[in-house]
Each structure stands twice: as C-alpha cells, then as structure tokens.
Design a protein around this ligand. Structure first.
Ligand SMILES: Nc1ncnc2c1ncn2[C@@H]1O[C@H](COP(=O)(O)OP(=O)(O)OP(=O)(O)O)[C@@H](O)[C@H]1O
Length: 681
C-alpha cells in the first residue's frame, strides 16, 4: 500500500520490531516449543480479565497442527443484554404456545385415560354382574402417545442403532439413471469446450495483470504464533483463546497483511480466516498514534450474527491491548451506537446498511480516516443485493486504505473486484476453490420428483431416528423454518429457529440456546449459512439444496470446522443433479455417500405429520392472535413515548439514506431476486 502519512498506523516493514523475528534463533523457538505449556481454559479466562501486562507470562505453546487446543466459545451475552434493555413489549414466545398445546394434548389424553379406566371399572362391575364385554386397545391413546415420547418412542430408540450403518451406502451405488444424466451434462460441456478455452486464456491474462505476482505470496510455515514476531499483548490474546499454532491461511495472511498490502484471501470453511485478518489489524493498531482517537479500521460482515461473532472474536483477541471496538449492526439501538461512535473507537465492526446510516446521519462519524477495510464473506457482499451499499461505503473510505477480502468461496473475478478499487491485491488462496472441509462426510438423500411432498417426513425420520443433537437444518424460507419449528415442538424435538422474521434478541437467543445445548436443533434460513462458528455442530441437514454450489459449501461448512469431523445430509431433488455432481467432483469419493431412508419409515412419519396438521394450525392461529395483541401494545407504548418526548423527537433532523425510497426498494428487490435465483428450478 502506498500513501502512508505520519498519522497512519504502521505496517511491519516500517516498524523496528521486524528485527525481533530475525534475532530469535531457531534454538530459542525450539526450546519454547518443547515446553508445551498448557494453559487451561480457566487460566486463560483469568488472564483475559487482567488489564495489565504480566511480565512473567509464558506463552501456551504446543507444536504441530493449529487446532490442537480446545478453543473458547464466542459469546453474544453483552449484545443480548443491551437488546433486552431495549425491548418495549415482551415478545410472543412460540415455545410457550407449543408447550400449552402439548399440555392441552396431555390433559386430553389423561381425561381419555380416566374415562377409559372409569369405563373399564364399569365394565368390570358389569362383568362381575354377568354382563361382560371384551376390553380392547384404545387406538386413539396410542396415536397420541406416539408424538410426545412414551412406548412408541422407546421402540424407535432401539431400532435406531441397527439402522444407522445400513442406511449409508457409498456413492458408487447411485443409480444408472443418475449416471446417464451426468453423461449428458458432460457432452454439453464438450460442445462448449473451444469457446471456453479462449475465454479462459483472456481471463488468465487479466488476472495476471490485476493481482500482485505470485512471488508476493510468502511460503513461510510457522510452528507457532510466537514465531511470527507478533507483539506480546497479541500473543497473550491468542493464548487466552487457546490459539497456539497458526492455521495455513493465518500463516499466509498475517505477514502480508502486516505489510499493508491488499489481499484476496480464500480458504475452506472453518479454517481460521477471522483471526487471519484480526491479528494483523490488532498488531498494526498497537503502533497507532494515540494523541487523538480515530476510527482506523472497518470490518464489514453480511449478517448481524456474523458481525456480533467477529466483534466478539476481535474483542477477545485484543484483551491485553487498549484497542477500542464498536459494533454497528441493525437491530441494536442507533442511539447507543451513535454515542459509542462519538468516542472514535479504533475498530468498527458493522453490517453495511447500519454503517451507511451512521455515515449519513451520525454527526461527527466519518470513514475519512479509515486505514483498513475488511470484508468478511466478501463474495456475498460483492453480489448484486449489496453492490450499491458497498459502493457507497468504498466511496466514503480514503483511496489509500488497505483492503482485505475473505471468504471460503472467494472470487477472483476481476469484474467484481474492480468495484472495491483494490490496489494490486495479493491472492492468498489456500485450498482449491469450491471445496468442502477435509473432514466433512457429505450424504445425499434422493427425493424423486413425485415424492417432493415427502421432504418433511424424511426430515422428521432423520431427526427422530439418527441425528439427535447438535444438528442445524437449513430451509429456503422463513415460513418453512418456522412451521418446522412448530412441528418439531409438537413432536417432542427441542429446536430453536433462526431467520429474519425474529427480533435481533430472539435471533441471538436462538444461537445461544443451540450453542449451549439447551436445544438440539437449529432450524435456520441462509441467514445462518455463512461464517457462524458454533462449536460441536455434528450434522448439517439441507432440507433443500440451494442452487449455488458456493451457498451449499457455506451451509455444510457449519460443521467439520477447525479440523474436526462433521457430516452433512442433503435432501436432493431431481433438479439438483448438477450440484450433486459438483459435490462428488470436488470431494474425496469416500466422503460422498448415498443415504437411504426406508420407505416404511417415511410413511410412518407422513402419517404422524398428517395427524398433527390441526394442532400446527392451532398453534399458528394462537401465535397470530398474540402477535396482534403485542402489536397493539407496541403502538400504545410508542404513542405514549411520542406524547412524552414530542419536542425532542420532532426537533431531530430526519434520517437520510443515500438512495431514494424507490432506489432502495429496487436494490432490495435485486438482492431478493439474486437470493431466489439460488433456488430456481
Ligand atoms: N490458530 C488457531 N488455532 C486453533 N483454533 C483456531 C485457530 N484459528 C481459528 N481457530 C478456530 O477455528 C474455528 C474456525 O475459525 P473461523 O470462524 O475464523 O473460520 P472461517 O475460516 O472464518 O470459517 P467460515 O468460512 O465458515 O467463515 C473457530 O472455532 C476458531 O476458534
């Protein structure tokens, strides 16, 4: 990067500290490495709370792979607390409505049982009196039992173990029909071959001219963070969260980022990209001039949850520094954020919309002094829906800034990147593009065209029989995720939902409940598909396949993170064959499997679903009614507020936006279309 003036934070090549790397001999590194000191979670926490530097501190060093330690969970507690304080009227709680429905059901069942016992007693009395009748099984009781647990459930448990292994077969067993389809696709590909070659050559030349030469990519591999010449407070921060050795993307990125270069970084999901950009930012900020507070770093994320997570990671890693952060995302109080921004925090972590709102409407907040701009999930942000907002943000930052873009499906499409006005970016791609995490097993359940309606029953069968905890299920729409939440609740499966129809507090609460194991399932839309890092997710189920392979990779990337094992199960329709082919192509063959859910099991759960249709409707009706009441209460509270603070409210200048309402709607529609096109058949 060129154009650093005196006020800019220093890159490592301008910094005397570079000597330290060279002076640290190999033996010294080896000695420290061999110590293998383990800092327990508890001790790390304790360290994190200490404000001052501890001179006797020794780093937590463990040689070998990056993921040896148990790293800490990121927490949303602070953000949730803030939100709780802002809630005007308590929200409708769907769990309460479902619980009420289940209670009613139980009461009904008990009532029936009592009646049956009374009837039996009468019959017995009658039998004694010589007018006997046979006592038959009460079918209705059994049906009711089947949903909440009890006898039928126990039976299922025992069936389960034997079925697990037999259900999974290798992909080689896929039918002839599928193979035929693949061959057709291939012959199409060949026909286009020559044209493609020319285009490819042109693209290769363009990329060559656009990106920095490959020689700018360091080939250094570091055994530990302490070998990276990072400052002591940063190393302490890393040790406190259990990071000992850098991952591949961290090895490559940190040195280049410290030089202030623009970066396009790509590495599979769960490979540590967050710390790859946070660490060099913190390191550089340690050397910032401190006379006047200035916001120097902006980190953009496509979703609020991801921004909350990145903020939490950054704050934890910076525990031993004086670096200040501010989280600016929609759904949190604008006023609170305005006050924080006034203090000129060093780093702002934001979602684009809310950030633009502040740039335009928060007095004294500007991006004029932004020296580093990071875009996490950059390929998503470069998509149509975000393009206008991004253009507005880039325009507000100085040209001389450093820009870093990261994603597991990072694009090196020059046309898209030009929008970001990068300066000879260094391409740091660790894994071949479009690849899933190494330890992910991908399973596919075939849904034939005339069986599309079976999807809910298949899902229920999978969750009831096989995947009983730490499972995230992706749906195409908010309505589908919500409806399934009710179905799961009525079927005795504990689930939380996560989608855009919930309040921000509910969204974070859902994530926390799932993370803490209070619920076994997270039923989500693509809101949760990118970036979220929840430890221990064992399975990702795709109720439907998204049309874009990249989106699929992000979804399944919620498991098998940080070198762990994981499994994905995708219900794959006839129209998704191409994507199945891509998954097979981009993975180790042994890791792609065909799962069969037995037809009788599907029939059983179809019947169960049919039997609870009315109950689902009831819950939805009750929920709607509660919503109306809450809405009215909200309006009332708002009017009261307005009356009480009318002068203040009306004297505020109206908030402005960079687009007209019409333009705003148009770009929202474009985004929505782009999203929907992912599912187009
Ligand atoms: N050096 C390290 N040592 C140990 N664990 C690490 C290290 N770096 C990151 N991790 C852990 O790896 C996990 C994945 O990291 P992160 O969320 O940054 O991945 P990502 O590459 O950004 O994934 P995604 O593409 O899904 O956004 C996290 O749980 C994080 O705590």
């Amino acid at each position: 990067m060129s154009g650093f003036d005196d006020d800019f934070i220093h890159t490592i090549d301008e910094d005397d500290n570079v000597q330290v790397i060279e002076e640290l001999s190999e033996e010294e590194v080896a000695v420290t490495t061999n110590k293998k000191r383990k800092v327990s979670k508890k001790a790390a926490k304790k360290n994190a709370t200490k404000e001052d530097m501890d001179n006797s501190f020794t780093f937590n060093i463990e040689g070998g792979g990056a993921y040896k330690n148990n790293t800490m969970d990121w927490d949303f507690a602070t953000t949730r607390e803030k939100l709780k304080a802002e809630t005007l009227v308590p929200r409708t709680n769907i769990d309460d409505i479902i619980a009420k429905k289940l209670k009613e059901k139980k009461q009904l069942k008990n009532g029936k049982k009592r009646k049956a016992i009374e009837a039996d007693e009468t019959q017995e009395v009658e039998a004694v009196n010589g007018e006997g009748a046979n006592i038959s099984d009460n079918d209705e009781d059994l049906a009711v039992d089947g949903f909440g647990g009890g006898v039928v459930e126990d039976e299922e448990e025992s069936e389960n173990d034997s079925q697990d292994d037999s259900e999974a077969e290798s992909s080689e067993s896929e039918s002839e029909e599928e193979n035929q389809g693949d061959q057709n696709d291939e012959s199409d590909d060949e026909a286009n071959g020559e044209d493609d070659e020319e285009v490819n050559q042109f693209e290769i030349e363009r990329k060559k001219a656009y990106f920095a030469p490959d020689s700018d990519q360091p080939e250094m591999l570091y055994e530990s963070f302490s070998a990276m010449n990072l400052s002591r407070p940063i190393q302490k921060g890393l040790a406190s969260v259990g990071f000992v050795a850098p991952t591949a993307i961290q090895c490559k990125t940190i040195p280049v980022a410290l030089l202030g270069k623009d970066i396009c970084g790509g590495a599979v999901t769960g490979s540590g990209k967050t710390a790859a950009f946070v660490v060099p930012i913190l390191e550089r900020l340690l050397y910032r001039p401190r006379q006047t507070a200035t916001t120097r770093v902006l980190i953009l994320c496509p979703t609020r949850e991801l921004a909350v997570q990145v903020h939490s990671v950054a704050v934890k890693l910076a525990s031993f520094t004086d670096i200040q952060f501010c989280l600016c995302v929609g759904g949190l109080s604008v006023k609170g954020q305005e006050l924080e921004l006034k203090q000129k925090p060093d780093v702002v972590v934001a979602t684009p919309g809310r950030l633009i709102d502040h740039v335009r409407n928060s007095p004294s907040f500007t991006l004029e002094s932004c020296e580093i701009l990071v875009m996490d999930e950059a390929d998503r942000m470069l998509e149509d829906g975000f393009a206008d907002e991004l253009g507005e943000i880039v325009k507000s930052c100085p040209k001389s800034r450093q820009t870093m873009l990261f994603s597991a499906t990072m694009t090196d499409n020059v046309d898209q990147l030009i929008r970001m006005s990068l300066q000879r970016p260094v391409r740091l791609m660790i894994d071949p593009s479009n690849q899933a995490a190494a330890k992910l097993t991908q399973e596919f359940v075939r849904i034939r065209a005339h069986k599309e309606a079976d999807r809910p029953a298949v899902l229920l069968a999978l969750c009831k029989k096989t995947f009983k905890r730490k499972c995230i299920v992706f749906f195409r729409s908010k309505a589908a995720a919500h409806q399934m939440k009710i179905v799961f609740g009525l079927c005795g499966l504990s689930a939380a939902e996560l989608h855009g129809n919930l309040s921000q507090e509910q969204r974070l609460e859902a994530l926390e409940k799932f993370r803490d194991g209070e619920v076994d399932y997270l039923l989500a839309t693509d809101l949760a598909s990118r970036g979220l890092d929840i430890k221990g997710i064992e399975v990702v189920i795709n109720f439907n396949m998204p049309q874009q392979f990249a989106q699929y990779l992000h979804r399944v990337g919620r498991t098998a993170r940080a070198g762990r094992n994981g499994r994905s199960v995708t219900l794959i329709g006839e129209a998704d064959r191409k994507l199945l082919k891509m998954a097979v192509k981009s993975s180790n063959k042994q890791q792609v499997k065909h799962r069969v859910v037995p037809a009788e099991l599907i029939s059983k759960y179809k019947a169960k679903l049919e039997a609870i249709t009315e109950e689902v409707k009831d819950v939805m009706k009750q929920e709607k009614e509660d919503k109306v009441i809450r809405q009215t209460e909200m309006e009332l509270k708002k009017s009261e507020n307005l009356l009480q603070h009318a002068n203040e409210i009306y004297s505020r200048p109206a908030r402005t936006w960079f687009q007209s309402d019409k333009d705003k709607k148009k770009s929202k529609d474009v985004g929505m279309q782009a999203y929907k096109s992912m599912f187009k058949k």
